[in-house]
Design a protein around this ligand. Structure first.
Ligand SMILES: Nc1nc2c(ncn2[C@@H]2O[C@H](COP(=O)(O)OP(=O)(O)OP(=O)(O)O)[C@@H](O)[C@H]2O)c(=O)[nH]1
Ligand SMILES: [Mg+2]
Length: 294
């Protein structure tokens, strides 16, 4: 079969994870309206009878303000070293310094690049032409495809275009695997997503989720259940109070939403308990960053 390795790269919050999930046909990467949602390279795998496409979603490019941010940028740029093609995902706006630098890097690395103009549902159709015109001198793109990842508009065109890349080989992964993430990692990400969605300002950026217990066992009725305990790590005492919320309501809501989604994902009952902990400046603590798997 044809096996392709495809990277998704671009500025934070442009919709890379949304697009990857749409391409894979399953929710793999978490999504939120806050920039810097994705913190590491995430693998999403599509397989049919003829091909396997291995997508690498990457953290959004931004100016890192701490060590975690530095690791995120490194994870994103390192992904560009060994892929058959890159999807440069952008919003329907004029290119900024981030996009210009990315184009320079892609040009130097000689990776075939497709320009994906996402979120076209937010702008008038005729404005996309000027965006395409502004991008065309930056890099010789193999294709330019306007899409709305959210509405699944144009994603089939991206899919067909990707078929051009890859090599004949045995599949790299079994056909029933859609990601290389473990259940533990998925749980951690889904829990973090709920806090990202519901919290505001700088709080979501300072949150990490550490799974302290993940036990696959049985209920008294003999049904399979995953028992999960997680620490919600934040940077300040004041943040902890907001994360817990009045009468514990914020924490309860996020935990409940995460539990429901994990039950759906794992196809079994989930017992989830979360404890909020403060670790000042953890985003600049190299050992914490390593422990959390970033
Ligand atoms: N209107 C609209 N919104 C979109 C579209 N695609 C994604 N979004 C929204 O854009 C926001 C960011 O989406 P993500 O997929 O998390 O973006 P990302 O590029 O992975 O972000 P980082 O991981 O932070 O770099 C979310 O609120 C999405 O719902 C789209 O086609 N149209
Ligand atoms: Mg993302």
């Amino acid at each position: 079969m044809i096996v392709s390795n495809i990277a998704l790269i671009g500025r934070a919050n442009v919709g890379k994870s949304t697009l990857m999930n749409t391409l894979v046909g399953e929710k793999i990467a978490i999504v939120s309206d806050k920039p810097q949602t994705t913190r590491g390279k995430i693998t999403g795998i599509y397989t049919d009878a003829e091909r396997q496409i291995v997508f690498f979603d990457t953290p959004g490019i931004h100016n890192p303000k701490n060590k975690l941010g530095g690791h995120m940028i490194k994870a994103a740029t390192e992904t560009l070293t060994d892929v058959d093609a890159a999807l440069l995902v952008v919003e329907p706006k004029m290119p900024g310094s981030t996009e210009i630098k990315l184009c320079e890097r892609l040009k130097a690395s000689k990776i075939p690049t497709l320009l994906i103009i996402n979120k076209i549902d937010l702008v008038p159709k005729d404005s996309i032409l000027s965006v395409i015109a502004a991008y065309s001198p930056l890099l010789k793109f193999d294709s330019v495809i306007p899409v709305s990842a959210k509405n699944k508009d144009g994603v089939d065109i991206v899919f067909s275009a990707i078929k051009e890349y890859g090599t004949e080989s045995d599949p790299l992964f079994p056909d029933d695997i859609a990601t290389t993430m473990t259940m533990r990692e998925l749980a951690s990400e889904i829990i973090r997503e709920k806090f990202l969605i519901h919290l505001r300002d700088e709080i979501p950026h300072g949150i990490a989720v550490e799974i302290v217990k993940f036990k696959s066992t049985e209920t008294t009725k003999g049904e399979p259940i995953s028992e999960i305990s997680a620490d919600i790590i934040c940077e300040k005492k004041a943040h902890k109070a907001i994360i817990i919320g009045k009468n514990g309501n914020m924490l309860k809501m996020c935990v409940s939403e995460a539990r429901i989604e994990l039950e759906e994902m794992f196809g079994e009952k989930v017992f989830l308990e979360c404890f909020v902990k403060v670790r000042e400046k953890w985003r600049d603590d190299e050992s914490m960053i390593t422990n959390l798997g970033f």
